[in-house]
Design a protein. Sequence first.
Length: 436
Amino acid sequence: MIDRTYTGDVTPEMDGETVAIAGHVHELRDLGGLVFVIVRDREGLLQAVFKEDREPALFEDAEDLGAEDVVRIEGEVTESGQAPGGVELVPESLELIDEADAPLPLEISKDVEADLSTRLDNRGIDLRQPEVKAIFTLKSVLMDAMEDWFEREGFVDVDTPLISKGGAEGGAELFPVVYYEEEAFLSQSPQLYKQILMASGFDKIYETGTAFRAEDFATSRHVSEIAMFDVELAYIEDHDDVMDVQEESLRYALEQVAEHAEHELDELGVDLTVPDEDFPRITFDEALDILEDEFGHFPDDPTDLDTKGEKLLGEYFEEQGHPAFFVVGYPDEKFYYMQNVEGDDIASRKFDLIYKGQELSSGGQRQHDVDAMREMMQAEGVDESNFEFYLDALSYGTPPHGGYGLGIDRLVQQVCDLDNIKEAILFPRDPNRLAP
Ligand code: ATP
Ligand code: AMO
């Protein structure tokens, strides 16, 4: 490895030591006789000060540098009140590792806001910006913490197929793939496999996977390729057990972000509130009542909350100190795998978690009685032949179970207060974007 120290590890206390840093030239300031070269690496920025009368040969090389060249600079750490971060390098050597073409398609060091589409067209360059990179370092902390929680609680990390015979959600938003001589599709959700694994006796599983949905539209919260965190657990009493898991794991992951991603939160200007109180759990009917009474709002589809409804409910609960809450008992009939229990005062045991005014996950207690599920499929006109492998697997003894699917990209979007979900994805896919 090339010998180097991350800029973030160079502190004023190291005054007098010699270190080498390597990275991109973030900014060059030529003041005549004096050149400031600000180097950017993964951890931050550090300036090296080249003086014509102190190191004339190096000064000439520094003057020839261009924005985004890759360099390695060795020098003496010098405490300086004027330098950003209180420290700078007095250079002893300068190596040009790779020269960057000019002009750049996007400005990186200047405060010039490019529109999202231009940024995504040039994502490799866009990702060089510290505040953009911070989203993904934060995401790494967040998802490590999430997985940690599930490992500690004894959940098994599984992988289910990404190519399948049909959809799991009964919808038509499937991407077809050429699979030898057969018709096949990219996976819409690991739903059916999660449930089969409950019948197989795995008890508690989680999967960090990918789901594909050919939804033919562009919103700020939908993409075609989704990072999905799926959970399923067996021997539950009811859907509250599933919500408990979701609530505790999310709280833990947010705590870890607050503790270990302080630098990234700062970079993004996000003041993260970790909800310490229980997440409110309201019924779907209560949600409609709040919308009507407090805001005079009626969703167009009376069986679902619309984007505006979620946003308004988000504001309502945020004002009471609750950034996250559950809505329980959706009367949405396409969910043939959701429990619908006689005697319940809710329409189904399906819930959504809403975080900062946006749906983050859907889940619930599942129907584990295969006959009841067949009836429901027939009533809804779902072609059972596509589901035989699943119905068959569940018919040989299945414990009560439930779970949820959490959209990781939406979670990152909400934690980082991003306007568009695509900002939370390194290389997002939507109906109009297949590259880069
Ligand atoms: P799920 O499908 O499980 O509900 P989801 O997050 O995709 O998950 P939807 O219910 O599809 O959520 O959508 C929630 C809201 O998002 C809708 O009520 C609607 O307001 C908005 N929405 C969904 N599809 C579109 C669309 N094609 N165009 C604009 N807004 C949409
Ligand atoms: P659902 O269809 O609600 O449920 O998806 C779960 C979560 O995934 C995210 N999501 C999306 N994110 C970005 N773009 C999209 N096009 C998109 N579609 C969904 C949302 C959503 O809440 N099988 C069930 C889960 C379960 O019950 O276990 C399912 O897939 O955050």
